[in-house]
Design a protein around this ligand. Structure first.
Ligand code: ARG
Length: 604
């Protein structure tokens, strides 16, 4: 991956951390003797513990000292005073240090910051924020993982969107990323589906709208099985036949799978979601027995009511079910096998499972079984995978006040949601800009952008409340707002007929609004890193909202006489500097939207 000099660490923060660490040594020599190069005496520790003040006016970053009171046996204010007082910042580093309570705040000279960020963005363009911290590391991001022969419903919306964005974010940081779709294409439900099809579906034409028809059959199966339990037995037998490769059953299953996949691929294309690998549970079928043997040999299995289980010896977790009494394997069995397969295939440093938090216990069980097996087999530490597996969980999506679930027949189809979003977006654009040439294309971008952004506009563990008026609002914390701001930036750039300089005179950008913009531009690489560290695109989403807000305040600013302070004016040097700022904001919003998987229109 690309490695751009100076794009790694914030050099102001680095200088601050160095100065603070040696100041701690000066002020607290006795503690330093005891703990050595640890804690506050270590610049890297300080660097990692710098925070952003809530009020940007307090400074660009701050070191809170509260957590060190015990170590240093002093009050926070006293620590902050003493350490700030003894800090020597090298002359060429344009930061000043101030104390506020238990914080040491650092302010960065505006021109220096503008030089650092603006000039870098204008020369690196969309490579700004690109890093190599992930170089040589492989990460599997599994997402979407829809269940075949079922509609692509709203329940799989968030995993699809979060995972797609995480894939892009980690790539940006230099990781070797494998975006994986692990289709739910195996399990007893296919026994049910096949039984239903054979009984009631033979003369149904599946060629148009196959998924809906399969769903109808599936729902009917459940209804009839309530009064006719023999159906369930038949379904179990049919799944066994599928597992052991009975050609007719496999053929039918394959037909269902191909038809479903063709349908999903259309949705992915519309959403702009991509994968590096599409695999599925069925693929693991022939790898199950050897894993079960391994578990048995390690002495981890036992039989309970005819079923094969692993007791996890954890009061919080029920035993992990490997095989039902009839010999059929389960979802968890396949995930255990799948993790080892992924390891053999990719030797990942980390494997992420972007799956709703309703499956938390499932992943705890799976990871625990793997850890127990590796322990029992005494696999060397560096070849163990249990600690490399991570469930990236997230909250529900609530439509109105109904919580969505695909377990029942009443599913909200994702295509319906997309179509509605595009229709509503088209209506809005027509009102705002009736003359727009590319209205259909733009409406598609905006409608889909709205749906995508809605899934990342709250932290992933929080539930999303999907309200149509909110997600399509051109003024709230929404995708359309960012897209609209991007189009506005592009329009300014189109209206400017000079050349865009990559070395603007930053002394002309000295307003409060400009300063805020510059700070946010400088913090964009940090937002990308935060998103990666927390496995949450939310950090980029919110950073863009702030940047767009700062830019729009600048755009709408009035002169003391009450006129709009126009960005493009007769003052050529001023216009040149401002246009450079506009360009930098446009580059960052464009790249930020790309990382969220959202298209950035140039006009709307
Ligand atoms: N297909 C499953 C479902 O829709 C999700 C699969 C999640 N991934 C996994 N490795 N278990 O519920």
């Amino acid at each position: 991956m690309l490695s751009k000099p100076g794009n790694k660490k914030d050099k102001f923060k680095e200088a601050f951390a160095d100065a603070a660490a040696s100041s701690f040594q000066t002020v607290y020599p006795d503690v330093y003797d005891k703990v050595g190069n640890n804690e506050v005496f270590n610049p890297e520790f300080i660097y990692e513990h710098l925070e952003k003040p809530k009020d940007p006016k307090m400074g660009r970053f701050a070191l809170p000292v509260f957590r060190f009171t015990k170590l240093l046996a002093a009050k926070p204010q006293d620590i902050a005073q003493a350490v700030a007082g003894a800090m020597t910042i090298p002359e060429h580093v344009p930061i000043t240090v101030e104390v506020a309570g238990g914080f040491i705040n650092a302010k960065v000279d505006f021109s220096a910051l503008a030089e650092e960020s603006l000039v870098k963005i204008l020369s690196l363009q969309k490579e700004y924020g690109t890093e190599d911290i992930g170089e040589g590391k492989t990460v599997i991001v599994e997402y979407s993982s829809v269940n075949i022969a079922k509609p692509f419903g709203i329940a799989h919306l968030r995993t699809t969107i979060l995972g797609n964005s995480l894939r892009l974010i980690l790539k940006k940081l230099g990781y070797n990323v494998i975006g994986m779709n692990y289709l739910g294409d195996w399990g007893t439900q296919f026994g049910k589906m096949i039984v239903a099809y054979r009984k009631w579906g033979n003369d149904i034409d599946l060629s148009d709208n196959p998924i809906e028809k399969l769903l109808e059959l599936y729902v009917r199966f459940h209804e009839e099985a309530r009064t006719n339990p023999e159906l369930d037995d038949e379904a179990r037998k049919t799944f066994k036949a599928l597992e052991s490769g009975d050609p007719e059953t496999v053929d039918l299953w394959k037909r269902f799978k191909d038809m479903s996949l063709a349908d999903y691929l259309k949705v992915y294309e519309q959403l702009g979601v991509e994968f590096d690998v599409i695999t599925g549970e069925s693929f693991l079928n022939d790898k199950m027995e050897s894993l079960i043997e391994r578990l048995e040999k390690a002495g981890l299995t036992s039989v309970s009511k005819g079923a094969l289980i692993v007791d996890l010896h954890d009061p919080q977790l029920p035993p992990c079910l490997l095989k039902k009494a009839d010999g059929a394997t389960l979802y968890a069995t396949r995930d255990i096998v799948g993790a080892f397969w992924r390891w053999e295939e990719y030797h990942f440093d980390e494997a992420l499972y972007v799956v709703a938090n309703s499956q938390s216990d499932h992943f705890k069980q799976v990871f625990k079984v793997i850890a127990m097996l590796e322990e029992a087999e005494q696999i060397p530490e560096q070849e163990r995978i249990a600690n490399r597996l991570k469930h990236v969980d997230f909250g529900w999506v609530k439509f109105g006040d109904k919580t969505m679930s695909t377990r029942s027949g009443n599913i909200i189809y994702l295509t319906d949601v997309i179509n509605k979003a595009v229709t509503l977006a088209r209506k809005k654009i027509r009102e705002k800009n009736p003359g727009l040439q590319t209205i259909d294309k733009t409406a598609e971008m905006i409608g889909i952008g709205a749906v995508l952004f809605s899934q990342m506009s709250v932290r992933r563990l929080k539930d999303v409340n999907f309200i149509w008026e909110d997600v399509l609002n051109f003024e709230g914390e929404t995708g359309p707002y960012l897209q609209y701001t991007h189009a506005r930036l592009c329009s300014l750039l189109r209206n400017y007929d000079g050349e865009i300089t990559s070395n603007p005179d930053v002394s002309l950008l000295h307003g409060e609004e400009e300063e805020r913009i510059v700070e946010l531009l400088a913090d964009f690489p940090g937002a990308i890193r935060d998103a990666a560290r927390n496995y949450d695109p939310y950090f980029i989403a919110m950073h863009l909202i702030k940047l767009a807000g700062a830019f729009n305040r600048f755009y709408q600013r009035k002169t003391p006489e009450g006129r709009i302070d126009k960005i493009i004016s007769d003052d050529a040097p001023l216009t040149r500097a401002r246009i450079a700022l506009v360009r930098a904001v446009q580059v960052v919003i464009n790249e930020g939207l790309r990382l969220l998987g959202i298209k950035a229109p140039e006009e709307m």
